[in-house]
Every structure is written in C-alpha cells, then in structure tokens.
Design a protein around this ligand. Structure first.
Ligand code: HSE
Length: 309
C-alpha cells in the first residue's frame, strides 16, 4: 500500500538558558518515518533502520508508536490499521532530540496518510506523548521545534502554549556529538530540585536578554545572554572535556556554547557559517584531546520543522 514519508529534524533543547522551555530545529540531521494504511487493525512497526537494534518494535514502547497510537485514539480510529517504518538518521541518546524527531515524524505521517486535515500545531500533543516515553515528562523544547520548526518557546508545557521566536538571519548552529551515550531520564534524575534566588534572577535575566537579542537581531546581546547558570554546571561532569570544548568554541568566535538537551552533544550558537565551521573543528579537536571521537553537524536554523518528503 502506498505510504507517506515524513522527515523531522534534530533539535537543540534548552539552548542553554531555556531549560525545558526553549529549543531550536536544525536542517540536519533528522529522522524519517513512513506511515501506510494496513488491513490489520492498530499500529504496527514493520521496519527500523539506523538504530543498531536499540529501539523496540512494540509500538507501546516506541516513541513513534506511542505518538501514532495516541493520535488514532484522539481521532476515534484506534481500529485503523497503520504500519510504520522508522529510519533513524541521527544517534540515539545524543542530546539531539532523536526520540522527539521520530515522534514528530510519526504524527505528521499518520495524519497525512489518513488525510485528517489537522495542522502541525494540533498534532503537537500526540507527538509530545510519544516523546514522554523516554524523557519521563512533557517537555516541548525538542518536540515543538522538530514538528513546527524555528526557535520555539513553551510558555506552558502542560497546555502546549508554544510560541515561535523571531530569529535573525544568518545564525548558524554547530553541534558536536562525542561518540558516547547519555540517557535523558537518568541525567535528569540527577538534577537538583532547588535553586538559589540569585540563580533564578540571573537565569531569568539571561533568558529575557536572549529573547530580546533574537527579536532585535542584537548579536552581542545574544552572546552576553547565552549563559546557563543553573543546568550546565550540574551536567558538565557528564560530558568529558566539556569546558575545554566550550572554550574552543568561544575562542573560535561562537556567541555561546552549552550542552545540547541532556547531552552529551555540545552546541555552539554562531553568528555565521564560517565561525560555525571553525568552532566545529576546534570543538572536535578538544573532544579528541580527551580521547573521544565525535561528529560535527553544521546547520542554519530550520524554519520548516517536519515535512512530507
Ligand atoms: N530539556 C530536556 C533536558 C531535554 O535538558 O533534559 C529533553 O526533553
């Protein structure tokens, strides 16, 4: 039966100062999901590639499967047969929003194959329910930009109150993935539940400065604001050589550098592609100094999000 193939991009969650509420979509890498109608009722995952055998075929244990099932339930179409193929084109447990991308691709592919007419915004809750399987809660900082594109800010994760930030032209992202894995749920479990008033004030000021910098295309303000005083210090120890990698990015001219999602990937926000290339090379060198091979991804901000391809 003919299917629909959807690409959904990798994302950088938090962007340092927006823990659990702000994320950005990349042009590449990304995942692909193919959805087809089937005569057998329910959701079945028939093929997974690129995951090295690490992802379950049981749809209730798979982010794409859960997202598709919740969408069918909402549509009152749980007996509809759907087959999913999942093609992972990015590393799992990397901090690149891999599970969110698969969930985002799945809901759009299922929606398109069933011709629901739902908008991507209307599909967001079902993609989020899929992603919840691995992160343990509803955080939209990966799934919203993967589905909708751009830099997305979630005012409230529970009510899916998400907003796109203006992004100045020319900004470039460098993301360096050291070849190791961190599991989001475990890294999150080690976070302190408390913070000082001073941390709260500084982080709020930095997030506000970041948003103003984006709207006013004030590149210097973006640089001054991209300083995470709460989460990064708690997670740096999970990423070998993190501060050397960060220094390498900053020395190469990055506006800011921090941990992508729950890590271990590290991102640098750059004013242009040349700085991004140089930062990537130097960050990779710094990882090599602690005996970690890595992959560099360079990308402008992806404004489209998930697309039928
Ligand atoms: N914002 C999350 C974190 C990413 O940093 O743990 C996964 O949702």
């Amino acid at each position: 039966m003919s299917g629909i193939k959807v690409f959904a991009p990798a994302t950088v969650g938090n962007i340092g100062v927006g823990f659990d509420i702000m994320g950005v979509a990349l042009e590449r890498p990304g995942d692909e999901v193919v959805a087809s109608k089937s005569a057998t009722p329910g959701v079945r995952i028939t093929k997974i590639t690129g995951a090295g055998g690490k992802l379950p075929y049981d749809p209730e244990q798979n982010t794409a499967g859960v997202a598709a099932i919740r969408l069918l339930e909402f549509l009152g179409a749980s007996s509809q047969g759907i087959e999913l193929e999942i093609h992972k084109k990015m590393p799992i447990g990397s901090g690149l929003g891999s599970s969110a991308a698969s969930a985002a691709a799945a809901v759009l592919a299922v929606s398109e194959v069933l011709r629901t007419g739902l908008s991507k915004r209307e599909l967001l809750p079902y993609a989020a329910m899929g992603e919840r399987l691995v992160s343990g809660g509803i955080q939209l900082d990966n799934v919203a930009p993967s589905l909708l594109g751009g830099v997305m800010l979630a005012r409230d994760n529970e009510t899916f109150d998400v907003h796109r930030l203006h992004a100045p032209r020319g900004l470039y992202m460098t993301v360096v993935h050291p070849h190791m894995t961190l599991m989001t749920r475990e890294v999150r479990a080690s976070l302190s539940q408390g913070l000082s008033l001073e941390q709260h004030v500084r982080q709020n000021a930095n997030l506000a400065g970041f948003i103003i910098g984006m709207y006013n295309a004030d590149i210097a303000l973006l640089g001054r604001s991209l300083q995470d005083v709460i989460i990064e210090p708690q997670r740096a120890g999970f990423v070998p050589g993190f501060y050397d990698v960060k220094n390498a990015a900053m020395d190469a001219g990055a506006l800011g550098c921090s941990i992508s999602g729950a890590g271990p990937s590290v991102f640098a926000l750059c004013p242009n592609s040349l700085v991004a290339e140089n930062a990537g090379r130097e960050m990779q060198r710094a990882f090599a100094a602690v005996k970690l091979e890595s992959t560099v991804y360079l990308s402008p901000i992806n404004q489209e999000g998930a697309v039928v391809c």
